[in-house]
Structures are given as C-alpha cells and as structure tokens.
Design a protein around this ligand. Structure first.
Ligand code: FMN
Length: 289
C-alpha cells in the first residue's frame, strides 16, 4: 500500500487550507493510506541541535520518510509560505545527506481568501522543494485556489464543481507520478547487464545503453504511465558507429523484458517500435490496444 503524507501550511484551527486538504485526502483511492503530518509542534530549527535526539523532529522526519509522496496545502503569508511550513521544510532537510525530502514526489496546492490563490506561496514552495530535489510535475504544482472561503458548503465539503474537477485530475496525475517514482528504482535494478559488451541503465524517461567504457551506444525515450500501466516508446536512437548491428532491436527487446517483469503494456509511438511490435507476433499480447 502506498502512503501519502499531507502537510498543511496553516496552524490555525479553522484553517481553510486544512479544510481543503481534507477534501483532497478523500479523492485518493482506498489503496492509498493518507497521513496528515502535523507541523505545529516542531520546535524552531536550530543548527546547533540538528543531530541531537529530538522526539518531535524524529517523528516528523519518519513520517515524511515513510511517505511515497507529499501533498502540501498552504496559504500565503506575506507573499510567501508561512514560517511554520518553512521551519518544517528545514527540519526535514537536515542533517545534510539525510534529507527526508530528496526524491519524494510532491503536489503543491496554495490557497488564499483573495483572488490570486497564494500564487507566490506556491512558487516559493516549488523553488524550495526543487532545491531539496523533490520531484515536482507541472500538472500538480500550479494549483492556486483563490476565494477559498467560498468554495465549501456548511459542512466544509467542497461545493465548487470546477475546483473539485481540477483537484480530481491533479490527484490522478500525482498518483501516476508517485507510482512511477516508486517503480523506477526496481526497474533500474532489473534492467541489469545481460551482455559482455554493453550496459543498460534505466533513467527517468530514458533507457540508456553504453559500452563498457561508458560511451553512449543508444537510448530510448520512454514514458511510464499508470492506469492503465504502460510504457510509451517515443523514440529509439542508435549512435552512428553502432548502426547496422541490431542495437535498436536489442533496446526493443529490453523494453519487452521490462514489460514482462513489471506487468506493463507497451505503446509504440516511434516508427521503429511500431514496426518491431508489428513484425514480432510473440509480443502482440504486450501492445496496448
Ligand atoms: C500573517 C498573514 C499574512 C498574510 N499574507 C497574505 C498574502 O501575502 N497573500 C494572500 O493572498 N493572503 C494573505 N493572508 C491572508 C490569508 O490568505 C488568509 O488569512 C487565509 O485564510 C489563511 O489561511 P488559513 O485559513 O488556511 O489559515 C495573510 C494572512 C496572515 C495571517
């Protein structure tokens, strides 16, 4: 089961951001465990005590570390994020090299009672998150919800259908990002080196082939999509000096292996991949229809 941590930037009891966060939490399908990560009890970050045992800091760091993705829902304070949220980000970022944020997919939602929806807060948060090497996707990071006091009914359920639809779409994209992010290391490990001449490497959005000296031999631009689970093959390119040696076929066969191992379909988009999957009947079951 995947876990999503939700962090609300406002500490206020009747916070609109918190109300929105609760509405976002219920969009996630039941397979996702949702944990609200409280930042209100964290003491102020101080480098003098950063590696000394501190129950609240440790608990917070553990909660973030064990999350597969983080959703931030925050108001804007004086054209930036609230100090409490910045403090939490700093606490999680230390000690150096033990940051709990690195590699975590993040969804950013900013709120404001005014019209601009906390745009500056979300941009600042995006900058900070990218600086801490979180994974941010354009489709889930520019959600600026203005007039937040008027989007709920009396029970604080979202009544604004447009915003509900936007959040639904964004959560779906975010889920896909979280799943991709969690499967990438496993694929990287599985691609292995099954030849004494070449090494395969699986990078985000690319399958890479190099010779034993590390020189690039070929690459394939790919995208992983979920629901349905599919690898889209956008492009396969072999370096000039390796042309005519069956390298593109080797790349396509590696994609087949990844599909079989991880139960994925393939969606060939480039000419070579389309032709490869058409000609090889034994792989027809893999092709996304
Ligand atoms: C200290 C402070 C600074 C604020 N600065 C901004 C601001 O820069 N831009 C803005 O749109 N709203 C600003 N606001 C208004 C907040 O959007 C509004 O108070 C909101 O309801 C706070 O979020 P919450 O309801 O989740 O606690 C500020 C509020 C406070 C308390």
């Amino acid at each position: 089961m995947k876990k999503i941590g939700i962090i609300v930037g406002s500490l206020r009891r009747y916070s609109w951001a918190k109300a929105l966060a609760k509405n976002i939490a219920i969009i996630f399908p039941a397979e996702f465990q949702i944990e609200f990560i409280d930042i209100s009890r964290l003491g102020l970050f101080n480098e003098d005590i950063e590696s000394q045992p501190n129950a609240e800091w440790d608990r917070f760091r553990d909660q973030v570390r064990s999350s597969d993705g983080i959703v931030f829902v925050t108001p804007e304070y004086n054209r930036s994020i609230p100090g409490g949220l910045k403090n939490a980000l700093d606490v999680g970022s230390r000690p150096t090299s033990k940051s709990v944020w690195e590699g975590k997919p993040a969804m950013i939602v900013s709120t404001s009672t005014g019209r601009l929806g906390g745009y500056n807060a979300s941009q600042h948060l995006k900058d900070i998150a990218l600086g801490m090497y979180m994974k941010i996707d354009g489709g889930t990071s520019d959600l600026n919800i203005g007039g937040v006091a008027s989007i709920f009914d009396n029970n604080l359920a979202l009544k604004d259908k447009g915003i509900a639809q936007l959040l639904n779409m964004s959560v779906r994209k975010f889920i896909s990002q979280v799943v991709v992010s969690s499967i990438e290391p496993a694929i990287s490990q599985a691609v292995g080196n099954d030849s004494d001449k070449f090494n395969f490497a699986f990078l985000p959005h690319q399958l890479h082939l190099s010779d034993l000296k590390g020189n690039q031999v070929a690459f394939a631009d790919i995208e992983l999509k979920f629901e349905p689970d599919v690898i889209i093959v956008d492009h396969i390119e072999v370096d000039d000096k390796y042309r005519g040696q069956g390298i593109a076929k080797l790349m396509a066969e590696k994609i087949v292996t990844i599909c079989r191992t991880f139960d994925l379909k393939v969606d060939p988009q480039c000419e070579f991949a389309v032709d490869f999957f058409e000609r090889n009947q034994q792989y027809h079951d893999l092709v996304q229809r």
